[in-house]
Ligand binder design. Structure first.
Ligand SMILES: [Zn+2]
Length: 334
């Protein structure tokens, strides 16, 4: 379906180049008697029927020359168009958005987030439908990144493979807890003031590295690790709502999930102490717990993951340069 939408939109792009000029001068329709723009079908879930509605609406808009490419005035993107990158978008109030055909949650004042996974392809298509029915399309180029290979030895083998039935049952129960915690999100863009480092220190593990744990190839590293002594306070990088605060998770150990709105979520792993509970509304910089080495870890460190609609992205890109601060000694990874 996405591939089909691409072909359609590329064809539409060629067909409406002439329309761009008229659109950019503010002309919306040459015919005063034309019917008002039909609303574009929008829904939470994407299914073939809804996508068919979307395609039909696109075709309809194209006919009326309401489709135009990239008027800079109605769309502002900030962030990294790169694998693992997050992009923060400001458009007009009342807008709706789709990324590669999938609906994106937009706040009433027109703000939303886009995320691009570690293995995202070279292109993406953003389509924004404004309240007046006009449609803006932007073809995005997603830069490729190289991710290092990361060999970590000395992990407790029971946290790497050869799980017992009891351990598998706990891993499964942990998954269910996380799934339940991720059932809702805030519509408000709680992320809008930006992100700061929850802990400062030496970066001991980067996002996306290919993990080889005790000699076994595993899934890529899901976040960034900062080495810090056990007990170091972990501060919320941005405002949010606590969705999960659990000790004793099999891999994560002490785990806190924070919803920053619009399906953007921070996860903090291996905590030795947790100071918040589910439902808590927290401010940027508020202490949520303390660094530890619980779960699958070689030593005390803060692991921070960021997820957008289930896609892992790189926290280091949004937190920026580490502020000049005490460089904590020691610390492990994973
Ligand atoms: Zn880690």
């Amino acid at each position: 379906m996405i591939a089909m939408a691409w072909k359609f939109l590329l064809a539409a792009g060629a067909a409406t180049l002439a329309g761009c000029v008229a659109a950019s001068t503010g002309a919306k329709s040459a015919e005063p008697a034309a019917a008002p723009p039909a609303p574009v079908a929008e829904a939470e879930e994407s299914d073939p029927q809804q996508n068919a509605g979307f395609d039909a609406a696109m075709a309809d808009a194209e006919k009326r020359q309401l489709v135009f490419d990239d008027p800079a005035t109605s769309l502002s993107l900030k962030g990294d168009l790169v694998q693992g990158g997050l992009v923060f978008v400001q458009t007009l109030p009342g807008a709706k958005a789709r990324l590669d055909g999938e609906p994106v949650l937009v706040s009433e004042d027109g703000r939303f987030v886009l995320g691009f996974g570690r293995d995202h392809g070279a292109t993406a298509l953003l389509v924004v439908t404004h309240a007046d029915g006009s449609i803006v399309r932007r073809a995005l180029t997603i830069a490729d990144r190289d991710f290092p290979v990361d060999r970590i030895d000395g992990l407790d083998q029971s946290k790497v493979s050869g799980f017992t039935a009891e351990q598998l049952a706990q891993i499964e129960a942990d998954k269910e807890k996380k799934k339940a915690a991720r059932a809702t999100t805030e519509t408000a863009p709680l992320w809008s003031a930006g992100f700061s480092w929850p802990v400062t220190g030496r970066i001991s593990g980067v996002f996306g590295s290919q993990r080889i744990l005790n000699g076994e190839a595993k899934t890529p590293h899901s976040g960034v690790d900062v080495a810090a002594p056990s007990g170091t306070p972990v501060k919320a990088p941005a405002p949010g709502v606590v969705r999960l605060a659990e000790t004793g998770m099999y891999f994560e150990g002490g785990l806190v999930l924070i919803d920053h709105g619009q399906w953007l979520e921070s996860a903090f792993l291996h905590l030795s102490r947790i100071d918040v509970k589910p439902g808590d509304r927290i401010a940027a910089g508020q202490v949520i717990g303390a660094v530890g080495a619980t779960g699958r870890a070689t030593g005390p460190h803060m692991h921070w993951s960021l997820k957008w609609t289930g896609t892992l992205v790189d926290p280091q890109l949004v937190a920026g340069d580490m502020p000049a601060a005490e460089k904590a000694a020691g610390g492990g990874g994973n």
